[in-house]
Design a binder for this molecule. Structure first.
Ligand SMILES: Cc1ncc(COP(=O)(O)O)c(C=O)c1O
Length: 391
């Protein structure tokens, strides 16, 4: 069996990658370690690269369409991993999930309509409703036993009058895996109140054992009927730069409305490499994925051990899926701005500022991306700890 190497650092400077190459313009420095943007500093899998190279060898890159092989690979993956049994009509290619969510919002809601999210959450969930004139309604997640949980009394109250709930399943930050019981309670409330659930399941494939991802659409037939599910190989196989995602809707009316709208606007066509890469990834990706998840899991353990010994006051919500830990430094009593400044200017590490995930309530919090070689993780953590220890 082939052993994949996730340990050897890869120099990504100068490849126009957002994670590394956007920092100099933002911070006027070129010596920062990026532990922010949610992609991994790992090589994309060899079988994906080979498929892209083979397609390139043909040397004609005209208009394209998804092949039967692409749909077969997507369909098998969803059925095998998540028990989602699709028909060709129930699926639609979508270039990116953020774009998919904004198309869904524009298609299914009107300015002034209420859109529900649970915070802290991936910032586009906050920006998309706000910037399109919808009313953003935030239900704050609680922390219990070091994981995010939903306060259902608050959720139910805030859900009143909402048209759409945008859910990150698993949750970003921290990859919280919403189990079947939680999803069922969400479904009960949203169905009763006539709310469409947009379930963003981009991190599903990165669920770390023993956790198990449950797709919202599989909780019940009623849940499937009033939801839109987004999935993608982009995070899973580190091919986010190719813009390759997929949408699943079981309800015919909802599908006709949303897919009809996408087709009329012409915003959801794919590119040659998006199809080629996704097909190769889903068709040949099992072994690579298992090895990569084991590596991520060891990184989570490394972070946990490090925090216990060097940063014991940090309250962490560690990933149950994916690679985005949520770290609360408030117990150290350093004002948020000062903390953010020290991480950049003393530790030379860029993390995502917690306040961008839902405002002032998240001062003191930062999101750390641990999808990188362990040496990079340990080096960044050491510098973060040093700047706290020397306050
Ligand atoms: C929950 C979630 N949805 C969507 C995205 C981005 O998806 P895309 O690049 O397909 O727009 C991310 C990236 O971090 C994410 O964490």
């Amino acid at each position: 069996m082939k052993q994949y190497d996730f340990d050897t650092p890869i120099d990504r400077h100068g490849t126009d990658c957002f994670k590394w190459d956007a920092m100099p313009a933002m911070y006027h420095r070129d010596d920062l370690t990026p532990m922010w943007v949610a992609d991994m500093d790992f090589r994309s899998p060899d079988f994906v690269m080979e498929a892209i190279r083979r397609r390139c060898d043909h040397e004609v890159l005209g208009y394209t369409m998804p092949s039967d092989g692409y749909w077969q690979a997507v369909t098998s993956w969803l059925a095998k991993h998540y028990d989602i049994h699709t028909t060709r009509e129930s699926l639609h290619f979508i270039p990116g999930i953020v774009a998919g969510i904004s198309y869904a919002l524009l298609c299914l809601t009107q300015p002034g309509d209420k859109v529900l999210v649970t915070t802290p959450v991936y910032p586009p969930f906050l920006n998309l409703p706000r910037e399109s004139g919808r009313e953003l309604v935030c239900c704050q997640l609680k922390i219990a036993d070091n994981r995010f949980v939903i306060d259902f009394d608050d959720f139910e109250r805030r859900a009143e009058g909402c048209k759409v709930f945008i859910m990150s399943n698993p949750h970003n930050p921290a990859g919280t895996v919403w189990g079947k019981e939680t999803l069922q309670r969400i479904a009960d409330i949203c169905i009763r109140k006539g709310i469409i659930v947009i379930s963003d399941e981009i991190h599903a494939d990165l669920t770390l054992p023993p956790h198990r991802h449950v797709s919202y659409s599989t909780v019940s037939e009623a849940a499937a009927r009033h939801s839109i599910t987004f999935m993608a190989p982009s995070k899973t196989f580190n091919i986010a730069g190719l813009g390759s995602s997929v949408c699943y809707i079981s309800d015919e009316d909802l599908r006709r409305r949303f897919y009809g709208w996408l087709d009329a606007l012409g915003v959801a066509g794919g590119n040659i490499f998006a199809f080629t890469a996704a097909e190769a990834a889903f068709a040949h990706g099992e072994e690579w994925l298992q090895q990569m998840l084991a590596y991520l899991q060891a990184n989570v353990q490394t972070l946990d051990n490090f925090l216990k010994t060097r940063l014991p006051e940090v309250k962490a919500v560690l990933p149950e899926a994916s690679y985005l830990a949520w770290l609360d430094f408030s117990a150290y009593g350093i004002p948020h701005k000062k903390l953010a400044d020290r991480f950049i200017n003393e530790a030379n590490v860029v993390m995502n500022d917690g306040t961008t995930f839902g405002g002032k309530a998240y001062e003191g919090c930062f999101r750390l991306n641990l999808g990188c070689p362990r040496s990079q993780l340990l080096d960044a953590l050491d510098r973060i700890a040093h700047t706290i220890e020397t306050r």
